[in-house]
Design a protein around this ligand. Structure first.
Ligand code: KIV
Length: 259
């Protein structure tokens, strides 16, 4: 695992962009693995797959089951699992849950949402050989109300810069910057030595991550930063309609599809 992490850090040094996407199942992970450096089993699966209105409803069991499936589809990418809300409130709880996730899913590391308030927990996990990625900016587990980008005010700027430095100091090997203002993302990326992975945080980050279902057009995300690369919803609809008509008119199953 350490070599995989070092490779990621080297990418920052060599100014080679880091490609990251989410996956919740083997079939999707298998396709992403060829082209990504890192695959995240994000707790975004709560809204994407289960239609929850908050990621707070996602629990450890769900994360573990989806991660086991994803693991089967990954050969080369770094696999990271999001620790769900309320599973890392203190050092001993965090260690117990992270160990369980690592053991049962065989992932390479975990991601925690939050800034310098998590430092003691992160240091404790790293001392116990658990690789950790940080996540600041919009942190859906704790953000209330409407999502709005971060880094607008001087107070937010100072806080996010401080958070990123202290997370680096605590030992995380990368930080996800979610919806952070362009110039501030650039400043954070320049200031810290570990890679920044942006989502809605501009081209200045060392890498980018998006929710795979968003780029495939499987969700109705209206977020400004989401780029839809294909409209899979439409493709699925067309395929299902064709199947329906084949079944109805008897052209499926033909001899070719029969024993
Ligand atoms: O849960 C998730 O998918 C995430 C990414 C959007 C960074 O945390």
């Amino acid at each position: 695992m350490l070599t995989k992490i070092r490779r990621l850090t080297l990418k920052k040094k060599n100014k080679s962009k880091i490609v990251c996407l989410t996956a919740y199942s083997k079939n999707i992970a298998e396709e992403i693995d060829q082209h990504a450096d890192l695959i995240l089993v994000g707790d975004s699966l709560g809204s994407v797959l289960y239609n929850y209105n908050t990621t707070r409803k996602v629990n450890l069991k769900m994360m573990i089951e989806h991660s086991k499936s994803v693991r089967k589809g990954i050969k080369k990418s770094i696999m990271i699992v999001d620790m769900p809300f309320d599973t890392y409130k203190n050092k001993s709880q965090a260690l117990k849950n992270c160990k369980k996730v690592l053991k049962e899913t065989k992932c390479d590391g975990i991601k925690l949402e939050g800034g310098r308030e998590l430092n003691n927990i992160i240091k404790y996990l790293i001392n116990h050989k658990i690789p950790v990625i940080g996540h600041i900016g919009i942190t859906p587990q704790t953000t209330r109300g409407k999502y709005r980008y971060k880094g607008k005010t001087a107070f937010e700027k100072k806080k996010l810069l401080k958070d990123s430095k202290s997370l680096e100091e605590a030992g995380v090997f990368a930080i996800v910057l979610e919806c952070i203002e362009r110039k501030l993302s650039q400043e954070i990326t320049k200031t810290i030595k570990i890679p920044t992975i942006g989502i809605g945080s501009s081209k200045y980050c060392d890498g980018q991550i998006l929710v795979t279902d968003d780029i495939l057009g499987l969700t109705n995300s209206k977020m400004k930063f989401v780029k839809k690369y294909i409209n899979l919803k439409k493709n699925i609809r067309n395929a299902v309609k064709k199947f329906q008509s084949d079944v109805k008119n008897g052209s499926y199953p033909s001899i070719k599809y029969s024993y």
